[in-house]
Design a protein around this ligand. Structure first.
Ligand code: MOS
Length: 745
């Protein structure tokens, strides 16, 4: 009999198989409670009042009319909000926040949308109505800094050079100067909104006379929020519980806590009643994070055969005046192509905008747009097939660390996607491919995302009722974490998925990782597996102990299959083993963390996107008409949800390429389109046939599951594949995103 407990997972039965989401029915029938839908006895509602200027001072709040409105309980602002402690912006301590400035901390206005007051009332409608009657008087100042896109060439907009953020090898400037073929171009990407379906939401409740805080938050990192709240409210971490069971997505804007949660918890404590705050969409967009705009200069030098001799990648990204967010555009560049001479630099420029934060494939997606567009420009200059140019500069080991790749199949991605797309039928002439009124353009780009792991703990319980329970304090942000945890337990025990219960998203559970950085799968599953093995070990002890079903046997000789323990002749279901000893359950603990493998290998996922666009020049219309992609992500634990992540990334990439742009008024730095009507995202009609292939090369050097993670890579490389296809169609190089209809005219 095959012993599941000892399985090396190289021939898995459940892992890697199409598995319907275990929480799917729960969500579809409305039983899954999202933060904004929860209510508790005696709960109040908060509604923020947000600054309508971006630069100046709050002079006065006129509150009398609002305070007199029905149901209004109180209004908090600078003069009456409790004084709290700041939590530092330090990832290392696990208490990072998205914006270090506390709500209502001073009366300066740093950005449009900054909270100036919080109205609290008995109902949501009452709070909102009263918030609209609060009158704020400002002293607006001239000179708001609005966009790094506007003042691209004056010295002020250069930003602050981050000394620690760059990297260098060889002599890139000399190599560039001496290169036979050069590209030197500047790329701009507009700020984008995460526009996740569920807006930021907090439900804060103080218990035990105000000594304990329970917070429901739509969060990608309950432990980070707990730790930050402990700092801010000066409480022991064990006196705070943060819960996030179901999340209507987060694309990085829910990794770290925002001031609205502090406002909600502070007001709840002052009033001695639970309080719920769901950000209205405009404030979610002004004050709940965004992908910052970027300006990048890319210099590529190559010989006549297309071999890169120099790569110089200089980036400037926006931050706010109240925090220092760095969107590291150049972070993938040093590892992408083989090149001995390379420099990457990073600057940040503080603007009167809401604080930016990570947004799906942060930094790298912007950097890869510049790099992969520049590579296409180089291919044109060389009159070389862009696929061939990439193969010629293939990095067979990580050029930055010098380490071998754990597993890299980019060449297979390029070949497979090119084949399925029909790249060989491309006529490389500009505008050479037509269909009626439409010009057809073909474009491609390679893509990548790093693979990382974090420390993680998990707990597993085998129960006498025949069920299994697995718990980990990570979150399922909609990507399918509940399901892959259950698959892991099923794989190692042979118990049916229907008999496995998974609990995630609570700080009362063993500490789990952020749901971010495409790291949750590779981080969580090894800890869950360790906990399963520990629980099975405990079960074997029970079975072989005095009075046990295998009393006197050697525990190590027992094997596990299909929810049973066996000695080769007799087998007993787990429940029978427990029943025999009158035990309700046995427990197992497990943990995992990145280890020695980090010193031996470099871990990255790679992929390739091929895009067809159709441009109708008569009516200035552009359509993405086909996308064909191949991804090398290690093993997909649940192929449909993994493919769904890549498809979602591609849709977001079409938005980045053609539609999405936070529009700031250059005169006063106000965000003009902080609503879903004016912020344009792709709709179904904009989405073509998407053909995603997941190559199956399990990366066992990374973890026993062979999974590297899949949340972000699909987005990288789409925008440059679109702009490269537009060049092929029109002969015009599009270096600014989004490529709007106006730009095509
Ligand atoms: Mo992602 S930006 O790590 O949620």
């Amino acid at each position: 009999m095959n012993d599941l407990n000892q399985s090396t997972l190289d021939q898995p039965k459940v892992v890697g198989q199409r598995t319907p989401r275990i929480d799917g029915e729960f969500k579809l029938t409305g039983r899954a409670g999202y933060t904004g839908e929860l209510s508790v006895e005696g709960m109040l509602y908060g509604y923020p009042v947000a600054a309508t200027i971006a630069h100046g001072t709050l002079e006065r709040l006129e509150l009398d009319e609002a305070l007199a409105m029905p149901g209004v309980v109180d209004i908090f602002h600078h003069a009456n909000f409790p004084r709290l402690h700041r939590s530092p912006n330090s990832m290392g301590h696990g208490d990072q926040v998205s914006e270090v400035r506390l709500p209502f901390e001073d009366e300066r206005i740093y950005y449009h949308g900054q909270y100036v007051a919080l109205v609290v009332a008995e109902s949501f409608a009452q709070a909102r109505a009263a918030a609209q009657r609060v009158v704020a008087r400002y002293r607006q100042e001239a000179g708001a800094i609005s966009s790094l896109l506007d003042g691209a060439h004056d010295s002020h907009s250069e930003g602050e050079l981050l000394k620690d953020a760059g990297t260098r090898r060889g002599d890139p400037e000399a190599a560039f100067d001496g290169a036979a073929v050069k590209v030197d171009a500047v790329y701009h990407i507009a700020a984008e909104s995460h526009l996740q379906m569920e807006m930021h939401a907090t439900l804060a409740e103080w218990r035990d006379g105000g000594s304990r805080l329970v917070v429901h938050e739509s969060s990608q990192g309950v432990f980070y929020q707990r730790n930050a709240m402990a700092r801010i409210f000066d409480l022991a971490q064990e006196n705070i519980e943060v819960i996030s069971h179901y999340i209507g997505s987060g694309f990085g804007n829910k990794l770290f806590m925002w001031p609205h949660a502090v406002a909600a918890a502070g007001a709840a404590r002052e009033l001695g009643r639970p309080l719920k705050l769901v950000l209205p969409r405009p404030q979610d967009m002004t004050s709940g994070g965004n992908r910052p705009a970027s300006r990048q200069r890319l210099r590529l030098g190559a010989d006549r055969d297309g071999r890169l001799s120099a790569v110089i990648h200089d980036s400037t990204t926006e931050t706010s005046l109240v925090d220092r967010y760095v969107d590291a555009c150049g972070s993938a560049t040093p590892s992408f192509y083989a090149c001995d001479n390379l420099a990457v630099s990073q600057r940040i420029l503080a603007l009167n905008h809401g604080t930016p934060c990570p947004m799906r494939a942060p930094g790298e997606v912007s950097g890869i747009f510049a790099l992969e567009t520049a590579m296409d420009e180089l291919a044109v200059a060389l009159q070389m097939d862009p696929v061939e140019l990439r193969l010629r500069n293939y990095a067979h080991k990580d050029p930055e660390s010098g380490l071998p790749w754990s597993s890299k199949q980019l060449d297979k991605c390029l070949h497979s996607a090119a084949e399925r797309f029909g790249w060989a039928q491309r006529d490389p002439g500009i505008g050479a491919m037509r269909d009626g009124d439409e010009i057809i353009g073909y474009g491609m780009a390679a893509c990548t995302w790093f693979a990382g792991r974090q420390p993680c703990q998990a707990r597993v319980e085998l129960r006498a009722d025949g069920t299994l329970f697995a718990a980990c304090g990570t979150q399922d942000i909609g990507t399918g974490t509940y399901t892959i945890v259950a698959q892991t337990v099923a794989e190692l025990t042979g118990v049916a998925l229907a008999d496995i219960e998974v609990k995630l998203g609570e700080t009362s559970l063993p500490a789990g990782p952020l749901s971010g950085g495409s790291m949750a799968t590779a981080t969580t599953l090894p800890a869950v597996a360790a906990a399963v093995r520990d629980a099975l070990g405990a079960l074997k002890e029970v079975a072989t102990g005095h009075g046990g079903v295998f009393a006197g046997c050697d525990a190590d000789s027992l094997t596990v299959a299909e929810g049973t323990l066996s000695d080769g002749e007799r087998s007993y279901r787990f429940a029978e083993v427990l029943e025999a000893m009158r035990l309700s359950s046995v427990n197992g603990q497990g943990s995992s963390a990145p280890g020695e493998e980090k010193k031996q290998y470099s871990f990255r996922s790679f992929g390739a996107h091929f895009v067809e666009v159709r441009v109708d020049p008569g009516i200035s219309r552009v359509r993405v008409s086909r996308v064909v992609s191949s991804m090398d992500i290690g093993r997909a634990i649940n192929p449909p949800t993994a493919r769904n992540q890549v498809e979602g990334g591609i849709v977001m990439g079409i938005g980045m390429g053609l539609f999405e742009k936070l529009d700031y008024d250059p005169r006063d730095a106000r965000l003009i389109n902080a609503n879903v009507a004016d912020y344009i995202v792709p709709v179904h009609a904009d989405i073509p046939e998407i053909d995603v292939e997941l190559l199956d090369y399990p990366d066992f050097k990374f973890n026993e599951f062979g999974a590297r993670g899949v949340g972000e890579i699909g987005l990288t490389g789409i925008a440059p594949a679109i702009s490269n296809a537009l060049y092929h169609a029109t002969g015009k190089r599009y270096r600014d995103l989004p490529v709007t209809i106006e730009a095509l005219l």
